[in-house]
Write a protein that binds this ligand. Structure first.
Ligand code: PLP
Length: 385
């Protein structure tokens, strides 16, 4: 791409896609080959030797992501969890301590609890919405603060700039899982974060047909470290999935606009429905919204809500005709999930209860369908419970 400064919608279409010196294809070719000739075809050396280490299609989507997130480097992985793991493998050693958002993705919780604990990593889940609680949790061996904002599933907002300041004061890194917002809505590196991690299976790829993850670093050295971890542990993204991720991202801004506009309408309608006890949405959370508006460019398209009668969850899901009961989020299809029984079942029962992941809680990922159809479907299902 010629170096001109572009707005996000244009960058999404063009960033990093310039990789066919042979025929000038305007999309990145899928280099399926695992190995490359060791005698250079042209120039002094061949930059590729084996696809676990690097592959031209993967490298192309990594360049796209680094540009879009405003980082020095990006590394893509076979899933969001492979990316989260790489951040921990790359940044933590035996005896280190991590401070994390308490209501975060269930898989990240399980990774620490079931795996990293055995390697002598200690951690504390704290309400990162309160910077004082984070300061109080910092120990001399704290190497990392790991934050989701808004969090999943309660969409609570943490002040990223304040947390970056706390992290750096303690010579620790701030990592932000930006899956729910994406760089189209929130740019953690500009707010002081050191690393951004993604489940690219969600909004970035956007079509519920690619499992992928990514880490983007502010600093080039950290990027080299992530590429080393990827090469060493091997959970890299394959060429086809790299291509699909790059293709999916071209429409990210369009999708986000549609999804967010519908989510705002639905969140306000849900809040008025007598069978809904509470709605969780950044815009409807007074304290959180002030912080969110400072650091993000929109409320996003995830809405969680609590049914007035928790026993009616199954009836509600069965009554839906368009919105699909399924885990995951961020794709073109609207999905509804039960955090208590599905995405967050890894959390022990008392913790789920304390955090508010109760049986009547539902998490709605608003897709790109016409908002009138989504509204009709949601309202008729709610009327039946
Ligand atoms: C889905 C998700 C992950 C895990 O990603 P996978 O691609 O499913 O491995 C991590 N963090 C958040 C916030 C997620 O929603």
């Amino acid at each position: 791409m010629k170096t001109i400064s572009l707005h996000l919608d244009s960058l999404l279409v063009h960033a990093g896609v310039d990789r066919d010196p042979l025929y000038g294809s305007i999309t990145t070719p899928v280099y399926q080959g695992v190995t490359f000739r060791s005698i250079p075809i042209r120039g002094d050396s061949n930059p590729y030797d084996y696809s676990r280490t690097q592959n031209p299609t993967r490298e192309s989507v990594e360049e796209t992501l680094a540009q879009l997130e405003g980082g020095a480097a990006a590394t893509v992985f076979a899933s969001g969890m492979a990316a989260v793991s790489a951040v921990f493998w790359g940044g933590l050693s035996h005896g280190d301590h991590v401070v994390l958002t308490e209501d975060l993705y269930g898989g990240t919780y399980r990774l620490l609890e079931d795996e990293l604990k055995r390697y002598g990593v200690t951690y504390d889940f704290v309400p990162t919405t309160n910077p004082e609680a984070v300061s109080a949790a910092m120990q001399p061996n704290t190497r990392m603060i790991f934050v989701e904002s808004p969090s999943n599933p309660l969409l609570r907002v943490s002040d990223i700039a304040a947390l970056a300041e706390i992290a750096h004061r303690h010579r620790a890194k701030l990592v932000v899982d930006n899956t729910l917002m994406t760089f189209a809505r929130q740019r953690p590196l500009d707010l002081g974060a050191d690393l951004v991690v993604y489940s690219a299976s969600k909004y970035l790829a956007g079509h519920n047909d690619v499992l992928a993850g990514a880490v983007i670093s502010k600093d080039a050295g950290e990027g080299v470290r992530m590429a080393e971890v990827a090469n060493t542990t091997g959970g890299v993204l394959g060429p086809w999935d790299s291509y699909l991720l790059q293709r999916g991202m071209k429409t990210l801004a369009l999708r986000m606009r549609q999804q967010e506009t519908s989510a705002e309408l639905l969140a306000h309608a849900l809040a008025k429905h007598p069978n809904v006890a509470h709605v969780y949405y950044p815009q409807l959370d007074e304290a959180g919204w002030a912080v969110h508006q400072r650091q993000a460019m929109g409320p996003g398209a995830m809405v969680s809500f609590l049914l007035a009668r928790e026993a009616q969850v199954l009836q509600f899901k069965r009554a839906l005709k368009l919105i699909i009961p399924a885990v995951s989020l961020g794709g073109v299809e609207s999905l509804v999930t039960e955090p208590y029984r599905e995405t967050h079942r890894e959390f022990p029962e008392p913790i789920r209860r304390r955090l508010g992941f109760v049986p009547g809680l539902l998490r709605l990922s608003v897709g790109i369908e016409d908002s009138r159809d989504l509204m009709d479907d949601l309202m008729q299902a709610l009327d039946q419970v």
